[in-house]
Ligand binder design. Structure first.
Ligand code: SUG
Length: 425
């Protein structure tokens, strides 16, 4: 079997809510305090996974990290039973409490950076957990994500799972959302592009440090291009590069203003990637790109050949964006299909189809070494669907996260998922 790419989607957790925790992420800020619908959110995510499975792609999933994050609160000195820990934190530090309630691990593109075996120094697939140091709520994910990745990719002959880099602004790392791989085929040696920000007096935080990409490349034993994101993109709300660019095999689809030095990047990729196909879009503004999340689509290779874009439904609401999609699909390039999915609940927190998944390229032996409980077939997908329908809360009011009845409901949902996962042990 040739090397394929498996998408691992974050199953949207039962605590999914809109607390407005991410400055610079315009959707998150503008929906602060809104009512979320965790059950619908998770079902939307599962429906997206099924669309890819139905096209013959291998699909995996990451279970949501447990929230509210009692473990994080214990590390910060809160004691007692779980209820006491949560009650005290809610009473003493409402801001901290909201942060440990975020279901943000759903955005699996931020879980880790993945370096393909064909590019790494030792032939193994390297996964470097992201520290997510720039946002408090996301920083709590790192140690738990590392443990989860170790569990799923535990076979050291095929995978090397690294803990997160030091959690300081110098190494601020948001994972695969700021990494692109260009190559002639998934199994062929490729060129890794690490995109970063820089302190430029932007009104929004620059969430990825150059040193993080450099350290990730060293850890995986690979080289790469380190590319500065344009300030205009960050100012427009592109808090991650994957909001303005996506790559797959030899194709780079990007907004024309995504990078600080577009010419240098295009020239370097032209030299490095045989058959490089840039698709640059300059017919829409950065604002339209960010409202619609056109570039936060998944660009996938179809088993029968050719590529498809998995786009959020919001692209259809913007006539110029939808026209751009039609032009891409009709153009002289491998992208010949547009598949529109509804992930509105995640979109309202700034997470489109691409944010929800981590791409892991594997050959046959590495694929066989993955813990099969985290790979989906029809039966396991249906079981997850039923589990979500039975246990995920219907709605959460972000102003009432400190309600013990909600903690109990969400804990029961996590327990049900844990039982499902340990059945195979
Ligand atoms: O880190 N939103 C996430 C969205 C992440 C999207 N991922 C990618 N672009 N790959 C973030 O800003 C919002 C949570 C809140 O506001 O409650 C949030 O964390």
């Amino acid at each position: 079997m040739a090397t394929i790419e498996i998408n691992f989607d974050g199953l949207i957790g039962p605590m999914h809510n809109y607390a407005g925790l991410s400055p610079g992420n315009i959707a998150s800020a503008s929906n602060a305090g809104a009512i979320s619908r965790p059950r619908e959110a998770a079902l939307q995510g599962l429906a997206k996974m099924k669309r890819l499975m139905d096209r013959g792609l291998v699909q995996g999933f990451f279970p949501p990290l447990r929230r509210p994050g009692v473990a994080a609160l214990r590390m910060l000195g809160f004691t007692g039973d779980d209820h006491a820990v949560l009650a005290r934190a809610a009473a003493e530090d409402a801001v901290l409490f909201n942060n440990i309630c975020s279901a943000s691990s759903m955005w699996a593109a931020n879980a880790a950076t993945v370096i393909a075996g064909a590019d790494s120094g030792d032939g193994r697939v390297h996964l470097i957990a992201a520290n997510l140091a720039s946002m408090l709520h996301r920083s709590f994910e790192a140690p738990e994500t590392f443990a989860m990745l170790r569990r799923i990719f535990r076979d050291d002959r095929h995978f090397a799972v690294h803990p997160a880099l030091p959690a300081t602004p110098h190494f601020s790392d948001e994972g695969a959302a700021n990494h692109m791989r260009l190559t002639t085929a998934h199994g062929t040696r490729g060129t890794n592009v690490f995109v970063h920000g820089a302190s430029r007096g932007s009104r929004f935080p620059e969430r990825q440090a150059r040193r993080a990409g450099e350290a990730v490349a060293r850890l995986a034993g690979t080289n790469g291009l380190h590319v500065l994101q344009s300030q205009a993109a960050i100012e427009a709300g592109a808090f991650h590069n994957d909001v303005v660019a996506v790559a797959n095999e030899q194709v780079l689809l990007a907004h024309a203003d995504a990078f600080a030095d577009r010419d240098a990047l295009m020239a370097a990729l032209d030299r490095a990637v045989p058959g490089f196909i840039p698709i640059e879009i300059d017919t829409i503004g950065l604002d339209e790109a960010i409202r619609s999340y056109l570039f936060n689509s998944q660009l996938i290779t179809l088993p029968e050949g050719g590529m498809a874009l998995i786009l959020p439904a919001e692209v259809q609401a913007e006539p110029r964006v939808w026209a751009a999609v039609q032009a891409i699909v009709a153009g002289n390039n491998p992208v010949n299909e547009a598949i529109v999915v509804d992930v509105r609940e995640s979109m309202r927190n700034g997470g489109g189809p691409a944010c929800l998944r981590l791409r892991v390229p594997v050959d046959a032996a590495a694929r066989a070494a993955i813990d099969p409980r985290f790979l989906l077939d029809e039966r396991r997908w249906s079981a997850l669907w039923r589990l979500v329908e039975a246990h995920w809360p219907e709605a959460i009011d972000a102003r009432h996260l400190a309600d013990p009845a909600l903690w109990a409901e969400v804990t029961a949902a996590h327990d049900a998922l844990d039982r499902f996962l340990t059945e195979g042990d």
